[in-house]
Design a protein. Structure first.
Length: 394
């Protein structure tokens, strides 16, 4: 478990390897995250090793590495760990060699099942569903009713069911569309069964990546609290949340304990930038006063009519009033007492010091997750506006 306080001038002094999420962490769609290529190149030059860890079970490692190379990263297929590999590994641990497995997924998933000594058959092409002893399910845009129907029969017949991941959606050029979790939900409804899950946030994917590469002190880096960070926590690994993807500052402030990261940074450039990142507390520990959060003071108001509110003000010191520092200070103050019940008050987005970035950490480029406590009426308290030198939460 990481201690509270600033993690020091450089992450790479602490960790020997990085387990990197892809979308939102190293790239966004067809573009590399600004600074990510240079950051990883410099890390590699210092001897840091990588694994690109993806829940995507539809593409083989070669295709993932090829995409990364096109974006400027020096990635090899051997540095890619997919949930298809993890799913096949889960099957191999439980089945006799040569067992027939009904595959709901792409050719890449069938290849991974074959690579562990099992016999993959596309579910929709099974002549006799009774011949399969297991189902493995990963995302494929080609999945049809025949595939699901055959898988349903295998599962109802007592077959093992392994899902590569439970991601409800997949990012596409036209937005978020149904992902493997949505197809798993169809089979869950039809069978009443629950699959074993190989991908993030469950630990088989991280376990396989760490074991396969022989990492001793890896750091998980990702942009999603509910997969990357929760997965790191489940696997007992340290984690760095980057705010270059879907997670916003509001999401972080309101997240449940199981999804709280050890460190937070804007993006991968923080790997080499002193104080462009910060550590977060666990339990009652305060944030290190020498870190970026130390520039902020969070106090409980005693003002008549505002008792109990937390008031944040800039206290000066060695660090400039960065938004990241403010976010860390708020988390340190709020998490031990507020749990997940948080809402910005007043309801307007807090003013953010300029730092040359286009995306706000408070609102991000995407809306907060559906059902976020930040959007609940019961977490909001009416009142007067805070001053320009302070913000209030309750
Ligand atoms: Mg991501």
């Amino acid at each position: 478990m990481t201690e509270a306080g600033d993690p020091g001038p450089d992450y790479l002094d602490r960790y020997d390897a990085l387990l990197l999420d892809l979308d939102g962490t190293v790239y966004q769609g067809r573009e590399a995250v600004p600074g990510a290529v240079d950051a990883l190149r410099a890390a590699s030059a210092r001897g840091t090793r990588f694994r690109y860890v993806t829940n995507n079970a539809a593409r083989p490692p070669e295709a993932v590495a090829e995409h990364l190379v096109e974006l400027g990263f020096a990635a090899a297929p051997a540095e890619v760990s997919t949930s298809a590999q993890a799913g096949a590994s889960v099957l191999a641990e439980r089945l006799a060699p040569g067992s027939t497995v009904a595959v709901v997924g792409t050719e890449a998933l069938r290849a991974e099942v074959s690579a562990v000594g099992l016999r993959p058959v596309r579910a929709g092409e099974l002549d006799d569903p009774g011949s399969a002893v297991a189902v493995v399910q990963g995302h494929s845009p080609e999945t049809g009713w025949r595939d699901l129907a055959a898988a349903c029969r295998v599962i109802r017949g007592g077959g093992l069911w392994v899902a590569c991941n439970l991601d409800p959606t997949v990012p596409t050029d036209v937005g978020q569309l149904p992902g493997n979790g949505s197809m798993v939900a169809a089979l869950r409804t039809a069978t009443g069964a629950e699959p074993l899950v190989a991908g993030k946030p469950r630990r088989p994917l991280f376990d396989q990546a760490v074991r396969g590469a022989g990492f001793r002190r890896p750091l998980v880096v990702g942009d999603r609290l509910d997969t990357d960070i929760a997965g790191a926590r489940n696997a007992g690994l340290a984690s760095l949340l980057v705010l270059s993807g879907v997670c916003t500052g509001r999401d972080l402030l309101a997240c449940v304990e199981e999804e709280r990261p050890d460190h937070v940074a804007w993006d991968l450039a923080a790997l080499h930038a002193p104080h462009a990142h910060g550590a977060l507390p666990r339990g009652e520990s305060p944030v290190d006063a020498d870190g970026p959060a130390g520039a902020w003071v969070v106090e409980r108001s005693a003002e008549p009519g505002a008792e109990g509110r937390l008031v944040v003000r800039h206290a000066g010191g060695a660090h400039a009033p960065s938004s990241l520092g403010l976010l860390l200070a708020l988390c340190a103050a709020w998490w031990p007492v507020g749990g997940t019940r948080a809402r910005w008050w007043p309801s307007t987005t807090p003013r953010r010091p300029r730092c040359g970035r286009s995306a706000s950490p408070w609102s991000g480029t995407e809306p907060a997750r559906a059902g976020s406590p930040l959007d609940r009426a019961d977490g909001c308290a009416p009142g007067t506006s805070g001053s320009s030198a302070s913000e209030e939460i309750r």
